[in-house]
Design a protein around this ligand. Structure first.
Ligand SMILES: Nc1ncnc2c1ncn2[C@@H]1O[C@H](COP(=O)(O)OP(=O)(O)OP(=O)(O)O)[C@@H](O)[C@H]1O
Length: 358
């Protein structure tokens, strides 16, 4: 297994920007995800690691080995493509064995390795089937087996679940994570699906327009987004504009655009947030952290009128009009009466759950 370093990597396509100044160190054995909307540069970055593109500037290293200008077949990476790129006229066994044949592994060893990997991805007994006789999920596992059988140092996965339906996608993401943990292989995963990224990754790199926005654990990215883009791309959140009006010990006092006075913790500020009196800040408040007020909290209680309530069984989701702002909240269903449109509601926003994005 190997670490991967991208040292100030740029990729331009003629005049067009691909990615700009990607600077990351991925640890050996880490599950690292590139996350962002279409066109943000995820695939371009992955393709540079695989060797299908060469950087315009910067260096790529696997461990201490410089690979920046090595061709793909000299990098020992295994790649799973979005469309799997399987050979339709070959059997499952032949597809998986292909990379070993190219590497001139002798037939007995190849058979043993293919059988071992088929067991690992739960495809035992499917060796003789043609690819078009398999379900989408099974094809996905053949693609994964084909990438793994060559015993790569690094596994590269480009949106490997996007052709599967929602339920299978969820099952398969646990399967990939299980394999990754079992093999301890350094894995780089590309997706635009934040739930996938959050549930599988050790760390996530969030990208937008070819630029890195934030690198962190799922917990850091979710709870300490550095800017509005990250806050709204990862899960649902309320973004309120406010102005810092003062400080009280470790608390920051803020007047929101619609005049609510709220108090948050200084430690919940992203490095890019300007916390000084008179500065504008963006508050990120996750719906699940907003609670129905008991009337005893003292501070950070706002009142409003319910615009929408939605009962999902386990939860009740509210949208509440608070002054000129709207506030989404989500409560666990504890059997209390559900407020309806037009009802008055008091909501408590705990100071620990207010984050200051930059
Ligand atoms: N071969 C190419 N020639 C010119 N421009 C390219 C090429 N490949 C990518 N780009 C541009 O580089 C930028 C990043 O593209 P990239 O495919 O890496 O995005 P992405 O985040 O993987 O998107 P998607 O999720 O849609 O695959 C885009 O603006 C794209 O138009």
């Amino acid at each position: 297994m190997s670490s991967v370093t991208l040292d100030h990597v740029y990729k331009r396509f003629g005049q067009a920007k691909g990615v700009e100044d990607v600077h990351i160190h991925i640890e050996s054995g880490e599950f690292f995800t590139f996350l962002g909307p279409s066109g943000c540069g995820k695939t371009t970055t992955l393709r540079m690691i695989a060797g299908f593109y060469y950087p315009t500037e910067g260096h790529i290293r696997f461990g201490s080995q410089e690979v920046t200008s090595l061709p793909p077949h000299k990098r020992n990476t295994g790649m799973v493509f979005q469309n799997y790129a399987l050979f339709p006229h070959m059997t499952v066994f032949e597809n998986i064995a292909f990379g070993l044949q190219v590497r001139k592994v002798n037939k007995t060893d190849a058979k043993e390795r293919v059988e071992r990997i088929m067991k690992l991805v739960r495809l035992e007994g499917y060796g003789g089937r043609r690819i078009d006789q398999l379900s989408g999920g099974q094809q996905q596992r053949v693609a994964l087996a084909r990438a793994l059988v060559i015993e790569p140092q690094i596994l590269l996965l480009d949106e490997p679940l996007s052709n599967l339906d929602a339920k299978l996608r969820e099952e398969t993401r646990f399967e990939i994570k299980r394999l990754q943990l079992e093999l301890g292989i350094t894995t780089i995963y590309v997706t635009h699906d934040q739930a996938e990224a959050m549930s599988m990754s050790d760390r996530i790199m969030v990208m937008q327009s070819g630029e890195v926005q934030q690198i962190g654990t799922p917990h850091e990215i979710y709870h300490r987004p550095v800017n509005r883009f990250v806050a709204s791309f990862i899960g649902e959140t309320n973004l309120w504009e406010g102005t810092v009006t003062g400080f009280d010990g470790d608390e920051v006092l803020v007047r929101t655009a619609s005049g609510q006075m709220l108090s948050g913790l200084k430690e919940n500020a992203s490095p890019r947030a300007q916390l000084s009196v008179g500065e504008k800040v963006t508050l990120s408040i996750r719906p699940e952290s907003v609670l129905e007020s008991t009337g005893n909290e003292g501070q950070n209680v706002v009142t409003g009128s319910v615009v929408m309530s939605e009962f999902t069984g386990a939860c009740v989701n509210y949208v509440t009009e608070v002054g000129t702002e709207s506030l989404r909240s989500m409560s666990i269903n504890l059997g209390r009466p559900i407020k309806q449109r037009g009802d008055a509601i008091g909501l408590h926003i705990p100071k620990e759950s207010i984050y200051f994005a930059g």
